[in-house]
Design a protein around this ligand. Structure first.
Ligand SMILES: [Zn+2]
Length: 87
């Protein structure tokens, strides 16, 4: 069995799924899906703030999650959670 591979929505490089962070949209909110099991549309990012910032700047996150209305508050909350995760 080979490791599943996903594309990081920030830098567009491919990586093993297990090394990426899954972001999932639950209703209007974005959450870090640490167990990679939540239902719904997900997007994958490297464990790097730079990738999250690129994804937000390029609106790639909204596209991947079909959440065009991702507002600044939701982005800020996601970034805070992401930062906390990275330590
Ligand atoms: Zn990346």
């Amino acid at each position: 069995m080979t490791e599943p591979v996903r594309t990081c929505v920030g830098c567009r490089r491919r990586a093993d799924k297990s090394t990426l962070i899954r972001i999932v949209r639950t209703g209007a909110d974005l959450e870090l899906d640490l167990r990679q099991r939540s239902p719904g549309r997900g997007a994958y990012l490297h464990r790097e703030l730079g990738c999250l910032d690129q994804a937000i700047k390029k609106r790639a996150l909204g596209r991947a999650l079909r959440a065009d209305g991702i507002g600044p508050d939701q982005q800020a909350a996601l970034r805070t959670a992401f930062e906390a995760l990275l330590g």
